[in-house]
Design a protein around this ligand. Sequence first.
Ligand code: FE2
Length: 305
Amino acid sequence: MAATRSSRTAPADITAAATASFERCADPRLRELMQSLVRHLHGFATEVSLTEDEWRKMIGILTDTGHITDDRRQEFILWSDALGVSMLVDALAHEAPPGVTESTVLGPFYVPGSPRRGYGESMVQEEGAGVPAWVYGRVRDVAGNPISGAELDVWQNGADMLYAVQRPEAEEDHLRGRYLTREDGTYALVAVRPVPYPIPDDGPVGRMLAATGRHPWRPAHIHMIVRANGYKTVTTHVFDAASEYLDSDTVFAVKPSLLRTFVERSADDPDRPPAITGEWVSLENDIVLAPGEDHGAVIDPGRTA
Ligand SMILES: [Fe+2]
């Protein structure tokens, strides 16, 4: 029925008009995205009876988010992480078949171009980085066959809770490196035991966490991207099974299959690798890759530390 001069405009009419405005969009995917966005955004405002004051505050929060974002600080990604959207998008994109190592968020501290390091070499370049950790395992396919020449691109934080990229004065390649598996699929490296750390909480996301009674902490983990020609690349973490915050990771990245036990070892342990002195820990972590191709899997010879 056509609207008449006396008919009133209901909230639903506004939603319908905004949705219909994209009907002639030539790109069907863009049309779907915009119409669904409008439907859900209007649905949100309608469901909570959003007030004008609340709407103004939301605009202010987005404005603050833009102002604090630069080439070293990405507050929009932090929102995505803290609201669970990053993990959701990752889960939708990477449905791992049974047995394959599960993926999790890349996080904001990955810097491409880590140095290539040899089997068993240390990626610790500064004193006092933490308890040395011998991290080892095997990269294999779903049938259990070893994958040789797979690359593990590894990065983590130190005892000060920080990644090297967060400290301008840090050794650029401290606590990061790229390792290749041997003929039998094995790899090994010297890291440190990671520690929990808070996501940057001095901006709008941190204020949201405080206002809602949430904490900014992530449980201790080591990041890995594992690439091999002929296999799908996996971006993942190894979580310390003894860490705090495993059940309340502020970015929702914990998957039970990614928990591993760091075994505490004494200085006189006969298995102590030559690159380690004093007390240490060991961590066994196998990786299983799914077959497939991935543009990220191109392995370049890289540089050495
Ligand atoms: Fe991290």
